[in-house]
Design a protein around this ligand. Structure first.
Ligand code: K8Y
Length: 459
């Protein structure tokens, strides 16, 4: 099947879920034809006549980023929202100084060890606005041979006058996006808050799941991080009976320190949130299979990029050796259906698949890795949630896409379409083989050469 080939054709074919993977260079065309978009496709005039944009991200290669915009859009106002301080901030601002249309907003990071991880685009057109929530840094390597994900909003039409209530979606998208942007308390974001006020976002069918640094207590405790996900699953999640034996799935590209035992945070507080079902979080956690997908050393070694792919999978030996229990939950990166087994994951996704993997009760694509910094950790006997980083994701529930019960899924590119959820990887998952080790970026890997015939000798 030839399938759509223009950016707007591919975008339309991906509706209404609008969940895309980035184009992977160097693989067969068929794997880049459906539900895939490249950065230049997102910024194409076919998606709208751009008048201004805002890029929230962690890492920016400014000259490369400017070249991704069509020539006629390169002079439009561009705001870069980052979390850099000191020399890194000075270096980024120096890169931007060459472009008179670029302005900066430094996100405040008051908690130690926090990062501005959120990856989001605001695209303002002459006839509306679009929001993109994704997982790629604004640098060439992130859009070349990795598996990355994105949700691209519908075109939100302009309202005749600004409103915080008009233009609200069934999922509260406009209110939640405004709350997230408001959390920066940054004057440079005022114009973009006004643009959000000025647009009709009623067609958004996903929920915002964000994190922002701070100690969130009272009713704010459920506005961010894993407690936000717990609240949304409680209000809109699957029926307890449907998913009683279904695993909780986590897939990510980095891991923080999670504590000395699985009971410290992973299989208590965090799993409690992800295992929440409609109406209750009181589920017997011991009965819930936890399946974590994280690339093995060999997945990285034999990947399209070879060992250098591991430069974006920053799992440190100092963290890994403190938590050997984590390795009992690990599964390989497999994406035969999407042609991406060798395109290492920088995408982060979480969900509730059936044991066969043919059904899915909910799905989250987000910037959040498996870390307390990203998801938050309870303090003061669970009265407050402490989050260190900015993160952003969008959550898909079947009922908001007129699907009864669970999504039917596929990772086979030939059966994408018709309301089936296009998975980034193959389900059911594949356990680590005997002898498989998780990828660790700060130790040498010299037993076997990678795709390019090189070894990995970190400094
Ligand atoms: O912070 C932690 O939990 C441990 C260290 C770490 O994970 N750092 C990091 C920084 C930037 C990015 C990014 O690419 O934005 C990513 C990522 O996305 O994997 C990860």
């Amino acid at each position: 099947a030839r399938g759509p080939v223009t950016p707007s054709g591919v975008y339309k074919a991906g509706q209404p879920l609008s969940f895309f993977l980035t184009k992977v260079h160097g693989i067969e065309n068929k794997y880049n034809r459906f539900c895939t978009m490249d950065v230049k496709d997102i910024l194409s005039p076919e998606m709208g006549n751009l008048t201004a944009s805002c890029q929230f991200n962690y890492m920016f290669e400014v000259p490369w980023l400017m070249k991704q915009y069509p020539q006629q859009f390169r002079s439009k106002p561009l705001l870069l929202v980052h979390g850099f301080k000191g020399a890194n901030k000075a270096s980024l601002e120096a890169d931007g100084a060459a472009y008179s249309n670029i302005r900066f907003c430094q996100a405040r990071l008051d908690m130690p060890y926090g990062t501005h991880h959120t990856k989001m685009m605001f695209l303002l057109y002459d006839n509306g606005m679009r929001v993109v929530v994704h997982t790629s840094n604004m640098m060439e390597h992130d859009w070349f041979q990795k598996t990355q994900g994105m949700w691209i909003s519908p075109l939100f039409p302009k309202l005749s006058k600004p409103s915080s209530t008009l233009g609200e979606s069934p999922t509260g998208f406009k209110r939640d996006l405004l709350e997230y942007v408001g959390a920066y308390q940054a004057y440079q974001l005022k114009d973009w808050k006004d643009h959000i006020f000025h647009h009709d976002m009623s067609s958004a069918r996903v929920f915002i799941v964000g994190s922002c640094p701070g100690r969130h207590a009272g009713d704010k405790k459920s506005h961010f991080g894993h407690m936000r996900l717990r609240r949304l699953l409680h209000d809109h999640g699957p029926e307890k009976e449907l998913v009683r034996t279904w695993p909780v799935l986590g897939q990510y590209s980095s891991v923080g320190t999670l504590g000395p035992a699985k009971e410290s945070w992973l299989c208590t507080e965090w799993l409690q949130s992800l295992a929440t079902v409609k109406g209750t979080s009181c589920v017997p956690l011991m009965t819930i299979p936890l399946q974590l997908i994280f690339p093995t050393k060999d997945d990285v070694r034999t990947s399209l990029e070879g060992y250098p792919a591991g430069g974006s999978i920053p799992y440190s030996i100092h963290v890994a050796r403190k938590q050997p229990y984590l390795h009992t939950f690990l599964h390989q990166w497999r994406s035969e259906g999407r042609g991406r087994s060798r395109a290492m994951p920088h995408i982060k996704t979480y969900g509730r698949p059936s044991p066969s993997g043919k059904e899915l009760a909910w799905f989250l694509v987000t910037s959040a890795n498996l870390s307390k910094a990203a998801w938050g950790a309870m303090e003061k006997k669970g009265s407050q949630l402490m989050i260190r980083s900015y993160e952003l994701g969008v959550l898909f529930f079947p009922k908001f896409f007129e699907v009864k019960g669970a999504f039917r899924t596929t990772s086979d590119v030939d059966s994408i379409g018709g309301g089936v959820f296009p998975l980034p990887y193959d389900l059911p998952v594949t356990r680590y083989s005997k002898g498989d080790k998780p990828w660790i970026w700060d130790i040498a890997h010299k037993e076997l050469p990678d795709t390019n015939g090189n070894m990995w000798c970190p400094p």
